[in-house]
Each structure stands twice: as C-alpha cells, then as structure tokens.
Design a protein around this ligand. Structure first.
Ligand code: HEM
Length: 516
C-alpha cells in the first residue's frame, strides 16, 4: 500500500477516533463522573441514561399528569411538575436528574436556596438561555449577565420605581375601564375571564411600557405566545448530537421565523419612539418604560446608552415578562375569590371602605391589607414561576456539598410553597390569614420559604408594578361585581412557562348596582 493510500485511510480514521473519544467523554464519562461525585455526597436521583438522560421519563410523567382529570384541589405541584414532585418524594429535597446530557441539581432546601440566589451574580450565574428562550427574550434583562445586566437593571429599577410607577396608574385604570365596558351586558352569563385578562394585561404593558396600545402590540403578543408554547414543549427534548447539526427540527425553524418577525415589529415601535424623541414631539417624554429608556439615558456617553439592538431585546423581555405573569395571577385570584365567597366579601368591604366608588389611587392601594394577603396566598398556591435556573461554572462549595463544574441548578420554588413541613398540614388550603402579619411572620422569618418573585440580586424588577396592576384590576372588579364559579369550570393548571388554567376561568358575574 502506498504512503498516500495509507494516509487517505488513516486521516479519516483518526478523525473518527478523536470524535468518538470526545463523544464518549461528553456523553458517558462526564455524566457518570458527575453522578458519582454527587452520589458520594448523598445527592441521589434517577440514574443517567445514555444521551437522553431522564427526558423520556419526564415526558411520560408530564403526559400522564396532564391527561389525568383533577378535582378542585389546590394541591397542584404533582400536576404541573410531576417529575419534581415524584423525585423529591423518592430521593429527597435536593436531588440530581438529567436533562439529556446536562446534569440538573434540583434544590428545595431553604438554606441552600438562599446561598445560590444571593450569589447569583458571580458563583451561580444564570444559565445560557436555550435556543428557544433566546428567541423569546433575546439578551434582555432576564437573560443578561455581567456588565450588561448591571446597566440594564439600573435602567429598569429606575423605570419601575416610585414616581415612575405612580405615573403609570392612570394607564392601568384606563385599560381596566376598557375591559369593564365590554363586560356590560354579560351579567348573569357564563364567561371566561382569563381571556379578558390576557387582553387587559397586554393593553396595560403596551401602554405603560411602550406608550402604545394593545393593537400595536397585538401581533407581537400573538407571536410571543406561540413561541412560548413551542419553547415549553421543547424543554425536555433531547438534542441528539450530530443530527441536530445537520437538520433543524420544524419547531426550531418556526421559532426562528417568529423571532425574526417579532424583531421587526418591536424594532418599528422602538424606532417610532426614537424618532419622536429626535423630533422632540410633545408626548415623547412620557413615563412609559421605553420612553424612559430612550429619553432618560440618551444624554449618556456611548458606553452607557443602550444600543438599538439592546433596546429591542429589552422590549421583547418586558412584553413577555410583564404580560403572561400578571395574566396568570389575576386569573387564579379570581378563581380563588369565586370559590371562597367569604374572602371575596372581605376584599370587597375593604375596597369600598378605602375607595368608595372612586377609582383606585396610590395612597389607597397602599392600604389594601386584605387584598395583599389574598394575592400572597394566590402566589403561594398558583405562583406563575416554575422555578429559577442557575448554573455552576467551576467547582464550588454549596452548604456542605462540593458541586462539580458545568452543572445546572433548578430552584424548585413550587416545592417549597407546597411543603407541609413549612406551611403545616393545611398547606393545600387557601388561607390568606397566614399572611395577616406579613410575609416574614408567615414564613417564620425564613426568606427562602416563600419567594414568588425570586430572591437576591435577580429578583423580579416588575414586582411592585405587577401587584399594583393586580390590585387596581381586582378593586375595580369588586366595586362592580360579585363573582361565582360556573358549574362548567374544569380545573386544570398547566405550565406553559407560567402556570395557566388550560380551560380558562369560567365564572358568572352579577352586577352590584342593578341599574348600572
Ligand atoms: C405576578 C407577576 C410576576 C411574577 C410572579 C414574577 C416572577 C419573577 C421571578 C421569580 C423572577 C426571578 C427569576 C430568576 O431569579 O431567575 C423574575 C424576574 C424578572 N421579572 Fe418578573 N414576575 C412577575 C411580573 C413581572 C412584570 C410585570 C415584569 C415587567 C413589567 C417583570 C419583569 C421581570 C424581569 C425583567 C426579571 C429579570 C430581573 C433580573 O434578572 O434582573 N416581571 N420575575
């Protein structure tokens, strides 16, 4: 055999061998090493399976849980996160499972949670977003890291704080009024209020964040919604090595198309606003978030000013984070008030006492104690967040553990919110009185027992905005209507990024003022 022929055979063989060794190293050696290291420290979990990890088991548990009918119970953790529920029961509060080849350490022990979330800037940063999440949010505040996050967070803190927030209240009231006008004539009939809340929360974020109307953002919301459904069904899909490089799945192609269209629509809104600022048009100094981003920092030097691309990513983030979450919160609160007429009555008395028949105002909103208790309890039972994701970049200590490099962490907040050891035997009952003396007392001063808005430096920047919007909408509804549950209501919470009522929230509203 000539030297040339030998070379022609040998080179591809060497390539193949190196690729095979790398493949076995990544897909066999590393997972088994991580598993052994954590097992030896008492962290157990379902064993790693070649390439797929535990994804097939997760898919099976999820499909069984979602197809099983459930009664009207608030014990929803086994329904929305059946894999976490089942494995916490089997392996303990902290356990390891495998999303494909990625090790995922689930943590539901308060002390460890505090350590992770409070150090999420350096030791436990956010994960690199999946290909789908990056299409949804770009490199906006939710996914940004390092210097970029610091800059964006500073701007967002400013936009959602004190005076800026107060100035957004009239836009929220106007949006609720639009919804209530459409409810007129619906009294006594069954209606799905969750649909109306989707429009309401979209309108609110369009007006308050972008100084535009729902109609302008309508297409964006519809596309974001589609993208989030695609993303949810791909969370536990194994990305097979090699094959994914050669062939793009239909979901990926569709999400790329959607992301491109969203980008274009958002870009138009941002550009329109920039033009207004450049032309110094009267309403260009509005109090909406985009206005603030474009205006307040436009005098900064180039390093501190957001680029057009950053502005667009930030807008996508706020369209998404600001709508689906509050939509979910409003929907579940109405369900709980429809079931618990006594709390509905208490909330209404408080609203009438504070506002009479007037529209909500900032001083009054701050006095709504019963409503705050109701919202806190709703967020405990039906919090929109399905967990907080972080990663471990290099080997680090956590409590008494030593975590290997290159693993993911999932903080299972729903597990804590539904834990009888933290909340007592009545954990699955709706009892807003738990929060009568504030969150600290309700949780026995354990900050990581209840954190629907997250914890540490990355906690929700829109928290006060979300609760203010919710309080305004609930106050205005309670001033006008009594709410009862329709016999047609079917209870089925599903996790599509946030926890949603699959069959809507079907209620019957009766007007409190017969002549109105
Ligand atoms: C009931 C409503 C809401 C809930 C339960 C909620 C929950 C959360 C949670 C748990 C986090 C922390 C995520 C993590 O640590 O990984 C978060 C972050 C965030 N939320 Fe919310 N959120 C709500 C409403 C909103 C609204 C209305 C906005 C904006 C208008 C918003 C914007 C954000 C942003 C930008 C972040 C990322 C903050 C950062 O990383 O610095 N959220 N939210």
């Amino acid at each position: 055999m000539s030297a040339l022929v030998k070379l022609v055979i040998l080179v591809p063989c060497c390539f193949f061998l190196v690729a095979l060794i790398k493949f076995l190293y990544d897909y066999l050696w590393t997972p088994l090493r991580i598993q052994r290291m954590l097992n030896s420290q008492g962290i157990k979990g379902p064993p790693y399976k070649f390439i797929h990890g535990n994804n097939k088991e997760v898919a099976k548990m999820k499909s069984e849980a979602s197809s099983k009918p459930m009664g009207l119970t608030h014990d929803i953790f086994p329904k929305v996160q059946p894999h976490l529920y089942s494995w916490i029961n089997r392996y303990g509060k902290n356990f390891l499972f495998w999303n494909g080849v990625r090790a995922e350490l689930v943590i539901s022990e308060p002390e460890l949670i505090k350590e992770v979330l409070r150090n999420s800037e350096r030791t436990f940063p956010k994960r690199k977003p999946t290909v789908y999440l990056s299409k949804l949010l770009g490199n906006g505040l939710v996914t940004a890291e390092g210097e970029r996050w610091v800059k964006q967070r500073k701007l967002a803190n400013h936009a959602f704080h004190g005076e800026s927030l107060k100035n957004m209240i009239p836009a929220v009231i106007a949006s609720v009024e639009t919804m209530l006008a459409q409810w007129q004539g619906q009294e006594g009939k069954e209606m799905d209020v969750s649909k109306d809340f989707r429009l309401l929360t979209s309108e609110v974020i369009s007006r308050t964040a972008f100084g535009s109307s729902y109609l302008e953002g309508e297409k964006i919301f519809a596309m974001l919604n589609k993208l989030s459904i695609i993303m949810s069904r791909n969370v536990f899909k194994t990305r097979t090595p090699f094959i994914n490089k050669l062939w793009k799945p239909a979901d990926l192609l569709e999400s790329e198309e959607l992301a491109g269209e969203i980008q274009e629509c958002v870009m138009k809104i941002v550009k329109k606003r920039e033009d207004k600022v450049a032309n110094r048009e009267a309403d260009s100094f509005g109090n909406d978030f985009l206005g603030l981003l474009v205006n307040v920092y436009r005098d900064l030097d180039d390093n501190n000013r957001l680029s057009l691309e950053e502005l667009v990513d930030e807008c996508k983030t706020f369209y998404f984070a600001g709508q689906a979450t509050v939509n979910s919160l409003l929907a579940w609160t109405i369900l709980l008030l429809a079931i618990h007429g006594d709390w509905q009555e208490k909330a209404r008395s408080e609203v009438i006492h504070v506002f009479g028949n007037q529209n909500p105002h900032p001083e009054g909103i701050a006095k709504l104690k019963t409503m705050t208790m109701i919202i806190n309890e709703t967020l405990r039972l039906y919090g929109p967040s399905n967990g907080m994701m972080r990663k471990v970049g290099r080997e680090v200590p956590l409590g008494k553990l030593v975590l290997p490099a290159n693993i993911d962490i999932l903080i299972a907040n729903a597990a804590l919110h539904h834990d009888p050891q933290l909340w007592g035997d009545d954990v699955h009952l709706f009892k807003p009185e738990r929060f009568a003396e504030g969150i600290a007392k309700a949780t026995n001063y354990n900050a990581a027992a209840y954190f629907p808005f997250g914890l540490g430096p990355r906690f929700c920047v829109g928290m006060t905005f979300a609760t203010t919007e919710t309080k305004i909408a609930l106050s205005m509804i309670l001033q006008r209507y009594t709410i009862t549950l329709s016999p047609a209501y079917v209870h089925s919470p599903v996790p599509i990024i946030s926890v949603h009522p699959r069959h809507g929230i079907r209620v019957i509203l009766e007007s409190l003022h017969n002549n109105s």
